[in-house]
Write a protein that binds this ligand. Sequence first.
Ligand SMILES: [Zn+2]
Length: 386
Amino acid sequence: MKLLACHGDPYRRTLDTAVLDCVPRGDRYLVELAESVLFPGGGGQPADHGTIGEARVLDAEQGGGQVRYIVDRRVEPGPTTVAVDWDRRFDHMQQHTAQHLITCLAARGLAWRTLAFHLNPERCDIVFARVPDAAGIARLEKLVNTVIREARPVRHRMIEPEELARLGVRSRLLPAGHTGPLRVVEIEGYDLNTCAGTHVTNTAELQAVQFVGLDVQRGTGRLHWLAGGRLLADAARARARTEALNRVLCRGPAEHVAVAEGMVEEVKQARKALEAVERELAGNLGRQLAATEGPVATLHRSSADLPLLGAVAKAAARVRPDLHLLLTAGEPEGVFLVYGPEAAERGPAVAAILDGRGGGRGRRYQGKAAATHRRAEAAAALGAPS
Ligand SMILES: [Zn+2]
């Protein structure tokens, strides 16, 4: 692992240095710097964004002891200024340090072993080797926030691999092929762990941590959390939603749930009442259609859906099963229903006149149409022997 200026001082935001090399790759460029404050990624923490001169830094890659930054334009070798996207970096420092604290306190206080950590763009998560219970999660949240209030210093230093066991370093797994000194991060009085990431220098800078969700999968539990600025931003969004609901519901937050539950119940009742009215309407319209003289009857509604037209057609057919029915709704675009003897055979001709597409079988053929105003012509075709 190559140590950079960002490892020595994670609070440093800019650095005057030099571009050593810049080579194209696709529509991007790979840049090597003499020194850098841009964290190249590691320990579960994504690479920094920022700028090298005028170029935007999009990512970084490491290999062969070298760091190469991926940028959006060519930069000339020679002196340059590197700047970190500080808001993003500080957020990563907060989330990453919070992970150290959560992992260590979960192990110490609850014997929950961490399997993985994900520093995601929205909610970070830790996967535990067991399913955390609600009481344990509440206890862990309390423990974490207590250590945040204790304002414990967070330090990093280099140690020799032989010292890992003596110092009680939490994770003693080294990257494959690692030789030489190791970087360890210490939360005073609580945790000592190998890590190449960037961290805040005091737990007070985490401000607060809140657990916001748990996904259970095959005996493991993925616990989601928000720390620091993310938690404040989440609270601001929640407050904005509350204020919007105050306006929409004309009630204070304490009544939101009761009002919403009342509205859901009202909608259910209203739907039931509407269905009863539609059934009655369909029966009446069907009987009127059945009273039509001649072999064809038509009905047009400015708005109706196919289930309602179907109910009307069935009501009519109960009285006059011999009747050829053409029911339409909407104009000029809408829906149509052909119902009665040979509906499936006669339907395509009706659909063609109505500039529509449909399908069906037996006594029913239905679809969408772009020209329902041609329904009289379609009705004439429907009545003609097929
Ligand atoms: Zn770390």
